[in-house]
Ligand binder design. Structure first.
Ligand code: 6PG
Ligand code: NI
Length: 192
């Protein structure tokens, strides 16, 4: 018997209800409205106008009961609504894992992208159902809905990785993703 077999959650299966957007059994659920994304959109006036105009839900994150502690392997499903703010596609806040560890995303539905930044270089992974995106340790990551319907993906990450949101506010993400006339426009994070 492993010395870890008495940890908080037993072996289990977890069901995802795509229509209801729920996990069962469930853990914490997070709802991010436009007001939660302060300082992240290029056009801060357009951001403030969207906050004043109903403060829409931009994305939600449902988690399984697996806790975010060392040696555990938590999972969550993020659903980003379709939309743009001054042309910038709706996105997650983005973060760095301070205890640098890898992470995977599996696209469940919709069309999205995974923007990664290591402080110098950016990488883009197109995400359609069935795609697994891999984030190596040290790469900050942000998800973006590039389609017309909600974009959902499963995230699996080490429980001791931690989440640093200040890193993105300080360093940016290298690039931004705008909805162009003929597809996506990638612009520099600051000048764009
Ligand atoms: C994680 C995952 C993922 C992420 C959500 C919301 O490390 O937990 O990357 O679950 O947290 O997609 O994105 P933000 O955490 O950047 O708001
Ligand atoms: Ni992460």
């Amino acid at each position: 018997m492993s010395e870890y077999s008495a940890l908080p959650v037993p072996p289990m299966s977890i069901r995802f209800d795509q229509g209801a957007g729920t996990l069962s059994p469930e853990g914490p659920t997070l709802t991010r409205r436009m007001s939660d994304l302060e300082g992240l959109f290029r056009d801060s006036e357009a951001w403030a106008a969207a906050v004043a105009d109903g403060d829409p839900i931009v994305y939600s994150v449902v988690s399984s009961p697996v806790p975010e502690i060392d040696r555990e392997l938590p999972q969550s499903i993020t659903t980003i609504q379709p939309g743009t703010t001054a042309g910038e596609l709706w996105m997650t806040k983005g973060h760095q894992h301070p205890n640098h560890q890898g992470e995977i995303y599996l696209c469940i539905s919709g069309h999205g992208g995974l923007l990664m930044f290591d402080g110098t270089e950016t990488r883009w992974v197109d995400m359609t159902p069935g795609t697994i995106g891999y984030m190596p340790p040290g790469w900050a990551h942000r998800s973006i809905n590039v389609g017309d319907e909600p974009y959902s993906f499963l995230a699996v990450y080490p429980g001791g990785a931690g989440h640093d949101y200040g890193w993105v506010l300080e360093h940016g993400m290298g690039q931004r993703v705008l909805a162009g006339a003929d597809g996506l426009d990638f612009v520099n994070y600051v000048e764009g």
